[in-house]
Design a protein around this ligand. Structure first.
Ligand code: TYD
Length: 209
């Protein structure tokens, strides 16, 4: 599997719930646009009408409890549509794509959290999306206590079906993200997500430089 190897640049934001990925994605997009770049911001699961329809299925609180493999296939299906109809075309025209969550979320949640093997998840990604990897993956890390406080402010009406899983699940997710970042240090930058949005943004800009 290789990086996007196209003209544009592909940046993914990863991390657990409440780390501030969406805020940082917005700030990064603004900074890159101020440099005159063509920037596309998007998210997973979702980003295209087809993938958003799968997102609604996956994250609804009254969704059925799919077996782990079915859940992984649904995320991979959403990603296949997203990559084919939005991400690849944007990279090919030279845009910078900033994606809130991507493949490493499947590896961390369905793999680390749900128990599927990393090799199987990478196979699904190869079949669905030609193995497209980000040029840079920003892993935002935050201690679980602080993340909970931020989530309490954001999700006053409660977490979604996956966000609401138990602490042991989320702990396995966090450990998996750190393992990937250590093993693939060329593609990852680990960013301390503590502090103000401006402080975290400054850390991201220096990682980018
Ligand atoms: P979302 O609200 O977009 O994320 P966040 O809470 O970080 O703002 O919800 C997406 C949920 O889906 C989140 O709990 C992580 C999970 N997820 C997976 O389990 N696998 C995946 O491949 C992706 C992209 C997300």
């Amino acid at each position: 599997m290789t990086g996007s190897s196209t003209i544009g640049r592909f940046i993914a934001l990863e991390g657990g719930e409440g780390a501030g990925k969406s805020t940082q994605g917005r700030l990064l997009a603004e900074a890159l646009r101020a440099q005159g770049r063509d920037v596309v911001t998007t998210r997973e699961p979702g980003g295209t009408p087809g993938a958003e329809a799968i997102r609604a299925l996956l994250l609804a609180n009254d969704a059925p409890d799919w077996c782990p493999r079915a859940e992984a296939l649904l995320f991979a299906a959403a990603r296949a549509d997203h990559v084919a109809t939005l991400i690849r075309p944007a990279l090919e025209r030279g845009a910078w794509v900033i994606c809130d969550r991507y493949l490493d979320s499947s590896r961390a949640y369905q793999g680390g959290g749900g128990g599927l093997s990393d090799a199987d998840l990478l196979d699904l990604h190869r079949i669905g999306s030609g193995g497209l990897l980000p040029d840079l993956t920003l892993l935002l890390t935050l201690d679980p206590q602080q993340a909970q406080t931020r989530l309490g402010l954001r999700d006053a009406d409660g977490a979604d079906r996956i966000g609401g899983r138990d602490a042991a699940y989320h702990d396995r997710v966090a450990q998996a993200f750190l393992r990937f970042a250590a093993a693939e240090s060329g593609r990852f930058a680990v960013i301390d997500a503590g502090g103000t949005p401006a402080q975290v943004h400054a850390r991201i800009m220096s990682a980018l430089a």
